[in-house]
Design a protein around this ligand. Structure first.
Ligand SMILES: N[C@@H](CCC(=O)N[C@@H](CS)C(=O)NCC(=O)O)C(=O)O
Length: 214
């Protein structure tokens, strides 16, 4: 039986898992839950993830949530096409980068999205947004320094999938409310080239939030 992957369109946490699933090449069935319809709070879904959040997976009856835990599980359960390097120190570095993405990059990106996408123009706070843009710029500079090759930690893998959605969401914020996010051409050149490399992956288009394509 293939893995059931529960996601919400535009969730960076779910996007990370989707990219990891595609990288692994394991069969899975993606089930989209609507935030607007409160699909994450139905009794059926709460039986899978009592926190009522996506992503979550169901693998042969085993339910798991929290994006980082899901990815670590996938890596151990399906070791082919690894997401992490073999070397113990290189693995630790990737895990550190995942934590940095989930803590610092995510905070900056989520705040930008909040201002640009969820608030009305009248509710937006330029000072708050400027502070998040500054944080985002600092994080992008850190990431740019990691890009000595094509990908963040040498080979394409988890470090890239963990960071990509937050960076792309910061761009999305700018597309939705110009000036409230980070336009791609305002990002460091190395980051722009890296985004292009991720977006050239053969499975990338499948992972784009469906409502962006509508
Ligand atoms: N720490 C969680 C965060 C998951 C999360 O916050 N998901 C949001 C979407 S981005 C969600 O499902 N929200 C639904 C809700 O709050 O009702 C992870 O890494 O999986």
């Amino acid at each position: 039986m293939s893995i059931v992957f529960y996601y919400g369109s535009g969730s960076p946490y779910a996007w990370k898992v989707w990219l990891a699933l595609e990288h692994k090449g394991v069969p899975f069935e993606a089930r989209r839950l609507s935030f607007d319809n409160n699909d994450t709070k139905t009794p059926e879904f709460l039986a899978i993830n009592p926190r009522g959040r996506v992503p979550a997976i169901l693998d042969d009856g085993f339910a798991l949530w929290e994006s980082s835990a899901i990815i670590e599980y996938l890596e151990e359960r399906y070791p082919e096409r690894p997401l992490l390097p073999k070397d113990i120190k290189a693995r630790a570095v990737v895990r550190r980068m995942v934590n940095e993405a989930d803590n610092y990059l995510a905070t900056a990106s989520n705040e930008l999205v909040e201002q640009a996408v969820y608030l009305t123009p009248a509710e937006r706070d330029r000072d708050k947004s400027a502070a998040s843009k500054k944080l985002m710029a600092e994080e992008l500079d850190r990431l740019a320094k990691c890009l000595t090759g094509d990908f963040l930690a040498g080979e394409l893998g988890l470090a890239d999938y963990a960071a990509y959605p937050y960076v792309r969401m910061a761009q999305r914020a700018d597309e939705r409310a110009p000036g409230f996010g980070v336009a791609r051409n305002a990002m460091p050149a190395q980051i722009q080239a890296w985004l292009n490399r991720i977006e050239a992956l053969p499975y990338y288009t499948r992972t784009i939030p469906p409502h962006w394509k509508a």
